[in-house]
Design a protein around this ligand. Structure first.
Ligand SMILES: Cc1cc2nc3c(=O)[nH]c(=O)nc-3n(C[C@H](O)[C@H](O)[C@H](O)COP(=O)(O)OP(=O)(O)OC[C@H]3O[C@@H](n4cnc5c(N)ncnc54)[C@H](O)[C@@H]3O)c2cc1C
Length: 384
């Protein structure tokens, strides 16, 4: 009988499995509905990493993750691709600049010493391709940058397997058996039933449905995110910092020789739909060309554009801890679009909660699953 079943073998499930196995749990089974690793949101992420957040909990999750990314090869033998090319946050007016400064103060108060406000000369040096006439100011952190989502998933999976964990593909979870005290005793899948001592829900954008099968409520909703990719181009430097506009969340980076353009938009009418809308591509292309004129003659490669799902919680923060009402079900959910960069930290914290009853590396009170039941207002939201 597995000591722990993890539902979902994306980057977060793999990190949970790795950290449980590393702590000595010999029998960890990861069940995934897909035929192979990376079929969920992890395989569709663009691979940004940042400590430049506006809330203490996200800054601290990033700090814990950054420490783990820096020793990823040593710990797992894998390649997380961490490349500190920086994140450049741009404000277009004083109100946005005030938000960036407030975020900077939160970062400083939580241990970040390399993020700072920069002037126009520095903006020009960091991203010469930008039109700066609409820019009121900016912040920058040189240790932010890029990671390889599949490299992290794969590194954790392989290291977990070396420590005895098993990953079972084509194993959609379709139900749970529960004992007299409400605990889960076994997990039913399309490939048979697994008796277990504990279950971790790491089912990404599909996590609410998985929790519901166990009679637990989990407010996680899918939200489509689209990515427009240009044809391969040399007009932007390969290590251009991720460049983000606080005004509307438009951001861009260069990956594998293409510029990737992102712009938040309302979700599709079917929340699990991941088609890319032609009108959205037109909009994001127009915005990109206005703000970076060198993209004017660079075509979009429509066949290379894609969309995937964020796993949104009501306040945009992860939901971590024991599920209310089901004693041995744990949530590793709701990372709200920050799940790859925070997977190293979230996996370690969930393993601590399962094994020790509480997270010891970080105070995760802000992420507790029952926070939505209280009448208290939710914590501050992120800018993106
Ligand atoms: C376009 C885009 C860009 C992004 N960019 C970034 C970024 O730059 N940085 C960042 O940190 N994050 C980014 N994200 C967010 C990131 O991809 C997610 O937060 C992260 O991948 C979540 O990991 P996960 O393991 O929880 O989910 P997933 O990778 O989706 O894994 C969940 C797994 O659960 C499985 N599953 C579902 N239902 C069941 C079931 N019933 N039974 C068994 N298995 C099941 C699925 O098959 C899937 O493999 C981006 C997302 C998108 C869509």
């Amino acid at each position: 009988m597995p000591e722990v079943v993890v539902v979902g073998g994306g980057v977060i499930g793999a990190s949970v499995a790795y950290h449980l196995a590393e702590r000595g749990v010999r029998d960890v089974v990861v069940l995934d509905a897909a035929a192979h690793a990376g079929a969920g949101s992890t395989g569709r992420a663009t691979g940004g990493f940042r400590v430049q957040f506006a809330t203490a909990i996200d800054v601290r999750l990033s700090l814990l993750s950054r420490a783990k990314l820096r020793r990823f090869a040593e710990d797992t033998g894998g390649d997380c691709g961490y490349d500190p090319a920086g994140y450049l946050w741009l404000a277009s007016d004083d109100a946005e600049l005030a938000l960036l400064r407030a975020a900077l103060a939160v970062q400083r108060a939580n241990g970040i010493d390399d993020a700072f406000e920069i002037d126009h000369d520095m903006i020009a040096r960091l991203n010469p391709a930008l039109r700066r006439d609409g820019v009121a100011g900016a912040t920058y952190c040189p240790s932010d940058g890029f990671i390889r989502p599949f490299g992290i998933l794969d590194g954790y999976r392989r290291a977990a397997e070396r420590n005895g964990a098993r990953f079972v593909w084509d194993a959609r979870v379709i139900g749970f058996e529960r004992g007299h005290d409400g605990s889960i005793t076994s997990v039913r899948t399309e490939r048979g039933t697994f008796a277990t001592g504990a279950v971790v829900n790491a089912a990404g954008a599909w996590a609410a449905g998985v929790a519901g099968l166990a009679g637990a409520e989990l407010p996680v909703a899918p939200l489509r995110r689209q990515v427009a990719a240009t044809v391969p181009t040399g007009v932007l430097p390969a290590r251009m910092p991720m460049t983000i506009f606080a005004r509307d969340g438009f951001h861009l980076r260069v990956r594998d020789g293409r510029a990737l353009l992102l712009l938040p938009a309302a979700g599709a009418s079917d929340p699990f739909d991941v088609t890319v809308e032609s009108a959205w591509i037109d909009t994001v292309t127009r915005i990109a060309r206005e703000r970076l004129p060198c993209l004017h003659d660079v075509a979009i490669d429509r066949a290379a554009c894609w969309a995937g799902l964020y796993e949104m919680s009501p306040d945009g923060h992860a939901i971590v801890g024991r599920a209310p009402g089901v004693p041995n079900l744990y949530f590793a959910n709701g990372a709200s679009g920050h799940g790859v960069m925070h997977a190293p930290a979230l996996g370690a914290l969930v393993a601590e909660i399962v094994l020790d009853g509480t997270a010891t590396s970080l105070d995760v009170t802000a992420l507790r699953p029952d926070r939505f039941a209280s009448a208290e207002p939710h914590g501050a939201r992120e800018l993106l």
